[in-house]
Design a binder for this molecule. Structure first.
Ligand code: PRP
Ligand code: URA
Length: 212
C-alpha cells in the first residue's frame, strides 16, 4: 500500500516486539495493559519529536547555560474511549504536565458506524498540540469522527496515534484529514466482514479491561 506523506509507520524493533506479544491470544489482561502502555510511550517518543521548545537559563554546578524546555501551551492527550485510555499513562510518563481530554465513541456492532457519547477537551484547545490515541484504526470511522469533533471545538494542531491499523482505516483517515499526522505501530493486512483487523489482536477494549 502506498502511504500518503502524513502517515508514518513506527517500525522500531522494540515496538514490533511488543506488538507481537499483544497479538498473542494467551496474553492476559494485566500483561496486555502493560504492553499497550509501553508501546504508547515508545510511539509517543517519536510522535512528539517536533514539540516546540524554548531556551531557559539553568545554573549547573559549574555555570549558567541556556537549555531547552517544552514551550508554550503543552500537550493535550485525547484518548478515544474506551480502549484509548490504555495509552494515556505511557504518554503521561513522557510529558507529565500534559492535559487529558476524552472522546467517547462506540462502534455499532451491525453498521460499524461510530456513535458519540462524550466529549470533554482541555482549554484552550486551539493553542495545544493534540495527540489523539486509540490502539485500533479499523474502518477509520471512529478516528475520523473524533478528529472532526476536535476541529469543531477549535483544535488545530492534531496528531493521531494507533498501535495497529488496517489499510482501509489509514486511507480514510489520511483522506478525511490530510492536515493530521498519523502514527501507526503496525499496518495489518485487511478488515474481515465484521470490520475486525486481521491478523490484529481482537477487541482492544475488551482485552484492556477484561470485559470478555
Ligand atoms: C474500537 C477501537 C476504536 C474503534 C476502531 O472501539 O478502540 O475506537 O473500535 O474501529 P473503526 O476504525 O472501525 O471505527 P469500540 O467501538 O469497540 O469501543 P470500545 O473501545 O469502547 O470497546
Ligand atoms: N476494534 C477493535 O478493538 N479491534 C478491531 O480489530 C477493530 C476494531
Amino acid at each position: 500500500m502506498e502511504l500518503s506523506p502524513n502517515v508514518t509507520v513506527l517500525d522500531h524493533p522494540l515496538i514490533q516486539h511488543k506488538i507481537s506479544m499483544l497479538r498473542d491470544k494467551n496474553t492476559g489482561t494485566n500483561e496486555f495493559r502493560s504492553l499497550v502502555s509501553e508501546i504508547a510511550m515508545l510511539m509517543g517518543f517519536e510522535a512528539l519529536r517536533d514539540l516546540p521548545t524554548k531556551n531557559i537559563d539553568v545554573e549547573t554546578p559549574l555555570e549558567t547555560c541556556k537549555t531547552p524546555v517544552i514551550a508554550g501551551k503543552k500537550l493535550a492527550i485525547v484518548p478515544i474511549l474506551r480502549a484509548g485510555l490504555g495509552m494515556v499513562d505511557g504518554i503521561l510518563r513522557l510529558v507529565p504536565t500534559a492535559k487529558v481530554g476524552h472522546i467517547g465513541l462506540y462502534r455499532d456492532p451491525e453498521t460499524h458506524e461510530p456513535h458519540e457519547y462524550y466529549c470533554k477537551l482541555p482549554a484552550p484547545i486551539e493553542q495545544r498540540t493534540i495527540l489523539v490515541v486509540d490502539p485500533m484504526l479499523a474502518t477509520g470511522g471512529s478516528g475520523s469522527d473524533a478528529i472532526k469533533l476536535i476541529k469543531e471545538h477549535g483544535g488545530v494542531k492534531i496528531k493521531f496515534m494507533c498501535i495497529i491499523a488496517a489499510p482501509e482505516g489509514v486511507k480514510k483517515l489520511s483522506e478525511d484529514h490530510p492536515d493530521v499526522q498519523i502514527y501507526v505501530g503496525h499496518l495489518d493486512r485487511e478488515l474481515n466482514k465484521d470490520a475486525y483487523i486481521c491478523p490484529g489482536l481482537g477487541d482492544a477494549g475488551d482485552r484492556i479491561f477484561g470485559t470478555k
